[in-house]
Design a protein around this ligand. Structure first.
Ligand SMILES: C[S@@+](CC[C@H](N)C(=O)[O-])C[C@H]1O[C@@H](n2cnc3c(N)ncnc32)[C@H](O)[C@@H]1O
Length: 223
């Protein structure tokens, strides 16, 4: 298991909070943000949401805009990211602030409740297979039977070729940058789809961005 300490990684993300949105926007032609919105239209009816590693609050605001009743537990290991997200909602959706519980903590230390929406946008890629398996088991236990698991992340093409090589090389560079800036120890993408499938989650919808390098998947439980 990659030896990530959420406190250390959280402090690392503190250092990049103020530039995070700009870097993400420029480096991906804003596709990292756009990819997360692929199935936003499916999020208007849920009541209890959990957003893991939510960052600066871009997606949080979109969900609050879309859904007038949802209460969201918003978890991030970085105190600065949490503060940034809170300020964003206070400024842009002040009437919805009371519907968000901000928790500055590693996912590892979360006290789980039950949810009808769990969101993991560009967070599972920070963990290795062993920990994504732990999370997949948590999702199975704490997502309601008809709940939605919303996952956006990097995606490596299955067939060999330039795209696969290019994505793997790009991800190596990205993980190295994250190691320098946040002390993240993870070196490769976890096999999220396989691990979720093992917990009897199925993909009901998928959309791909940037020539398939980014993917947004909606999962449902089948048990
Ligand atoms: C790559 S950013 C993604 C942010 C946001 N979801 C997005 O898509 O823009 C990862 C976020 O996860 C947080 N994070 C990293 N490790 C974490 C952990 N173990 N538990 C909770 N949050 C974590 C970081 O502080 C950061 O805000």
């Amino acid at each position: 298991m990659a030896d990530n300490n959420p406190n250390v990684v959280g402090k690392g993300f503190d250092r990049i909070t103020v530039v995070y949105d700009a870097v993400v926007c420029i480096s991906s032609f804003n596709r990292i943000n756009k990819s997360q919105l692929a199935f936003l239209s499916h999020l208007s009816t849920q009541k209890m949401g959990l957003i893991l590693g939510g960052g600066t609050g871009y997606f949080l605001q979109k969900v609050l805009d879309k859904n007038e009743q949802i209460h969201i537990t918003y978890v991030d290991a970085s105190a600065k990211m949490i503060e940034y997200a809170r300020k964003r909602i206070k400024k842009n959706r002040p009437n919805a602030l009371h519907r968000v519980t901000f928790i500055c903590s590693g996912v590892e230390d979360l006290e789980w409740q039950n949810y009808d929406l769990i969101v993991c946008n560009y967070i599972l890629d920070l963990f290795d297979n062993a920990y994504v398996q732990v999370l997949a088991e948590k999702f199975k236990k704490h997502l309601t039977t008809k709940g939605l698991l919303y996952v956006t992340d990097f995606h490596i093409a299955e067939t060999n070729g330039f795209m696969k090589w290019g994505t793997q090389t790009g991800l190596k560079v990205l993980y190295t940058l994250f190691r320098w800036t946040t002390q993240l120890q993870t070196k490769q993408l976890p096999e999220t789809e396989r691990l979720l499938k093992e917990q009897r989650f199925v993909i009901t919808q998928s959309e791909y961005f940037l020539n398939g390098i980014l993917a947004c998947h909606l999962y449902k439980r089948t048990d």
